[in-house]
Design a protein around this ligand. Structure first.
Ligand code: SF4
Length: 479
């Protein structure tokens, strides 16, 4: 459907665009602002005499009373009016998140707590000002209340950070993958080269942090699949982390071991020896047919075997699963959760399938998003978690996510502190390695600078000196 904007409404185009994309995710900017002669609908926004009118030319409209609102407040009201036009007048399905389109809705709620609003006031604001559904509001309140115990004071955030390290390699590339990941097959030369530069970065940043007497609260090694490294490479890599980054009071050290075909007893024992406390072993689904369909080589039995091994060695374990995989409906989700329930991992992360442009699934059209069943599957997962003592502890949303839902991390006894810090952006996270993002937080006002390492392996190696210098210089100014 092509939607146009009347010329007078162009100044509000970006605000309108954000909301229309909830209903028409494929709509391009050009289609919205382009030639209105070709548009199926032309939107018109008019403000006069303390009235905002958002409507279709010669069609239905929403009218709101406004009284000299601040620019941000005007944006919010326009969004609300566009949203209501689409749901109430044009018959589009409402989103459970209303007009909240950001990735981190919990951050908004933390701001309300900071401002001194009570629970009732926050609930009312979310429901009235943003039209968020009641059960999402309840979830936001529950999660943010729990998270506040882990958020640092502004003084604490000045000298406490976490570290993310990227190992962007996997044995093969999964069809649904949208992460930075290079398939390595049997070759390990590429990894050896990469480790050479990565260890330089670990050393440079680690020395600067220690010199500035900055605490490293958590370490997180992700990817890719970091356990793709062979024993020798792991030894070298973990040795560098131990020497330069791991501190006596580091509270948590996570290592992603997503694919069971990359784990064996020797590797897990080595991880334990180097102080790793938590690993992530990710089934995505416990239905063999689904795994085959999406090109995953492991079986549910492989997952169970590697889970038991990791448990025996003494790790806390996270398991990821995905709702919305092709061919899966409520029945398959029930089966997966029943199987996971037998294993009782410490953490469980329930993702909604997000199809980014790069993922092969999107191209081969084998995907059936089962949009109409998404709400049922999410509701079941949520009920199952509550019944099995899993509590939600972090939440984030993505664009083009199945059912317009969210990704939620659950825990039984211990939440992952890194996930909370990374999501709520109240602590600086230094990202090391290819494609890794750093979030540099200013604890005085909680503003944030994002900085990214190159995504390209060759470029990362070529620019390593400059990458390290930029980080070290910044640490010196903060420390
Ligand atoms: S294991 Fe994860 S990172 Fe690696 S290819 Fe599959 S989805 Fe991507």
């Amino acid at each position: 459907m092509k939607i146009g904007l009347s010329p007078a409404s162009h100044q509000h185009a970006s605000t309108v665009f954000e909301i229309i994309r909830i209903f028409l995710p494929e709509l391009s900017w050009h289609e919205l602002t382009g030639d209105i002669q070709e548009a199926h609908l032309v939107l018109e926004i008019d403000i006069k005499e303390e009235q905002l009118m958002v409507g279709i030319v010669e069609g239905p409209a929403i009218v709101e009373q406004i009284k000299e609102p601040e620019p941000n407040e005007l944006k919010r009201i326009i969004k609300l009016a566009v949203y209501r036009l689409f749901t109430e007048k044009l018959g589009f399905k409402a989103s459970p998140w209303g007009t909240l389109i950001g990735i981190r809705p919990t951050k908004i709620v933390h701001r309300y707590w900071d401002q001194g609003l009570n629970q009732e006031e926050i609930e009312k604001t979310l429901q009235t000002n943003y039209l968020v559904e009641r059960d999402k509001v309840r979830k936001l309140i529950e999660i943010t209340k729990l998270q506040r115990k882990f958020l640092l004071s502004s003084k604490g955030a000045k000298n406490t950070v976490s570290i993310y390290i990227s190992i962007p390699f996997c044995p093969t590339r999964c069809s649904y993958c949208s992460f930075p990941s290079f398939p390595v097959g049997k070759g390990s030369q590429e990894i050896d080269n990469y480790l050479k530069y990565l260890i330089q970065e670990i050393k440079g940043v680690g020395e600067a942090l220690n010199e500035a007497r900055i605490n490293i609260q958590t370490l997180y090694v992700g990817g890719g699949t970091p356990t793709t490294l062979n024993l020798e490479q792991l030894n070298l890599f973990l040795g560098a982390i131990k020497e330069y980054l791991l501190q006596e009071n580091t509270a948590e050290f996570t290592f992603e071991a997503g694919r069971p075909d990359t784990i064996n007893e020797e590797k897990l024992l080595l991880l334990k020896k180097y102080g790793i406390s938590r690993v992530s072993i990710n089934p995505q689904s416990m239905c063999q047919e689904t795994l085959t369909r999406i090109g995953i080589l492991h079986s549910p039995d492989d997952i169970i075997a590697k889970f038991m091994l990791a448990k025996e060695i003494g790790f806390d374990i996270n398991m990821d699963l995905i709702i919305g995989l092709p061919g899966e409906g409520p029945e398959e989700i029930r089966h997966t959760l029943k199987e996971i329930g037998k294993l009782k991992p410490e953490n469980l992360t329930v993702h909604a399938l997000a199809l980014k442009r790069t993922a092969k699934l999107r191209e081969n059209k084998a995907v059936s998003l089962l949009e109409n069943q998404a709400a049922e599957m999410f509701a079941f997962a949520e009920e199952w978690c509550a019944a099995n003592d899993y509590k939600p502890y972090y939440l984030y949303r993505q664009k083009q996510i199945v059912g317009n839902q969210e990704n939620v991390g659950y825990f039984r006894e211990k939440p992952c502190i890194y996930n909370i810090q990374m999501m709520e952006e109240r602590q600086t996270i230094w990202g090391l390695g290819v494609g890794a993002g750093s979030k540099i937080v200013n604890p005085d006002d909680w503003t944030l600078i994002n900085a990214y390492n190159p995504k390209d392996l060759i470029l990362y190696g070529q620019r390593i000196e400059e990458i390290i210098k930029a980080k070290v210089d910044k640490i010196k100014t903060l420390g």
